[in-house]
Design a protein around this ligand. Structure first.
Ligand SMILES: [Mg+2]
Length: 209
C-alpha cells in the first residue's frame, strides 16, 4: 500500500517544450556575443543542445571560455519564468489522490521556484526540494532516502514518478523504491520500471493494484 508519491517536475508535470523557446532564447543571447570565437556553425548546434542537455555539459563540449561559461551560469542562476505554465493532461486528477506528495526537481533554484509558482502547484506538495548542484552536493537519491527516513516510510510505501531513466528513475531503483515512468513519446520502451504509461492519469490505476 503506497502512502507517498514523489514527483519529478520537468517533463513530468509539464512539458519543457512549452517554455523552452523563450527560456533558451535569453541564454542564447548571452552566448551569441561570443559568435566570433565560437563560429556560426557551432552556434546553431549550441542553440539546439541548450534545449535538451544541461548547460554545464554543453559549455564543456563546445569549449566555452571560463568567462563565457561563468556568464551563462550567472544568467541561469538569475533568470525566472514568469508566464503561466500548463500542466500535462491528467495532473489535475492525480493531484486529488489522498497520498502525501513530494516534489523533487533538479535545476537552478530561482528558475525551478518560478516554474512551481507559475504552474500554481506549491500547495499540492508537503515538501518541495530543488537539487541545485550550484548550491549543494545532495542528489535526488539523497533526498529520496531522507524522505523515507524522516517520515518512516518503508521502500514499498513510496512511488517515484518521473520521465528520466537516468535521473529520478535510476535513483529510485537504486533504493528499491517502485517507479512510474511517464513516457508520453514512448522513448524508453525497454526501460525496466514498476509501472509505465504515456498518460499521467494511469498513476491512479497503478495505486489500486
Ligand atoms: Mg524530468
Amino acid at each position: 500500500m503506497k502512502k507517498a508519491l514523489i514527483f519529478d517536475l520537468d517533463n513530468t508535470i509539464y512539458p519543457v517544450s512549452s517554455i523552452a523557446d523563450e527560456l533558451f532564447e535569453s541564454l542564447f543571447s548571452v552566448v551569441e556575443e561570443y559568435r566570433d570565437l565560437l563560429g556560426n556553425a557551432e552556434l546553431q548546434n549550441i542553440k539546439e543542445e541548450f534545449t535538451r542537455r544541461p548547460y554545464q555539459e554543453v559549455a564543456d563540449k563546445y569549449n566555452f571560455s571560463k568567462a563565457l561559461k561563468q556568464k551563462g551560469l550567472n544568467h541561469l542562476q538569475n533568470i525566472t519564468y514568469n508566464k503561466p505554465i500548463t500542466t500535462y493532461e491528467g495532473y489535475e486528477e492525480v493531484k486529488t489522490l489522498p497520498h502525501v506528495k513530494f516534489l523533487v526537481t533538479s535545476g537552478f533554484t530561482n528558475l525551478q521556484n518560478s516554474k512551481v509558482k507559475m504552474l500554481g502547484i506549491e500547495n499540492d506538495f508537503l515538501e518541495i526540494h530543488i537539487v541545485d548542484p550550484q548550491i549543494a552536493s545532495l542528489t535526488k537519491k539523497d533526498i529520496f532516502a531522507n524522505i523515507l527516513l524522516k517520515y518512516n516510510y518503508s521502500r514499498n510505501e513510496v512511488l517515484v514518478i518521473g520521465d528520466d531513466p537516468e535521473s529520478e528513475i535510476k535513483a529510485a531503483k537504486s533504493l528499491g523504491i517502485d517507479t512510474f515512468l511517464f513516457d508520453p513519446l514512448n522513448k524508453y520502451p525497454n526501460e525496466e520500471v514498476s509501472y509505465r504509461s504515456d498518460k499521467l492519469v494511469a498513476i491512479i490505476d497503478c495505486l489500486l493494484q
